[in-house]
Design a protein around this ligand. Sequence first.
Ligand SMILES: [Fe+2]
Ligand SMILES: [Fe+2]
Length: 280
Amino acid sequence: MTTVFHVSDLHFGWPAVPEQIEAIEQIIQMKKYDVVAMSGDLTQRARAGEFQRAAAFIRDARKVSEVITVQGNHDVAWWKAPLGFGDKPKIYENYRKFIDRDLEPMLHVPGATFVGINTAHGVTRRTLTWNLRDISIIGDIHKHQLDKAKDLFEKSPPTDARVIVMHHNPVRGELSQRHGLKNTQKILGAFAEMGVDLVCCGHDHQESVHYIEHTRKGTVISTAGTVSNRSRGGRPSSVNVIDVGLETIDVTTHVWSKEHRTFVKGPHKRFKRSDYVATV
Ligand SMILES: [Fe+2]
Ligand SMILES: [Fe+2]
């Protein structure tokens, strides 16, 4: 069994809620999960001070768990190179300096291989829409990134669960009614083809757990909510705790309780890995 604490969209900076951050820091130290997966938007404005606070959070988590992170759209200084003009590496500068030089890290733990995919590329022609609100918001995955992930999974132990960590949600949010990612059907199809068991993502600021059926293989999508004051529809902050077993994947959402001043167990879903039939 591999235990995963999946947290997203901490948005260090003005949206962060210190009491909630302290609560998840305590939970991580106490529960000692195998992996802490952070699916991006560590910061609000990609500023050095925000990344330093995120780096301190990660450093503490690393004392007890393996940590894998990817960047979100808020972690990219897109205005430094819009539409390919300017110095492209500059947009990732602070993330690389304070968090990880590698934008697409890989992590092996007994029973699972995690592959990070960077979906936040700043403002590009591929993700530009007529909606000005979307500027720098939409996520994208290029073919060479899928090829790389496939290659890494093929080199991993065959019994390992295959887990993707990325920022943008490929499943439409219930309240937002939006996908975060471009070409979602194509991407989910490619994940199924490469045998992905689980996707850990965020971005929507509303938690959800889905099972995507596919003729080849089904995939569990864990969309973590946010831990900040930017939750959608005034919902409480939340995180997802995932148990990846040989035959099952259990996802339990933990929700902030004002009364208990910590995160408490919320909805739980169990999915079978072996025959790909979801049960609640
Ligand atoms: Fe976010
Ligand atoms: Fe985001």
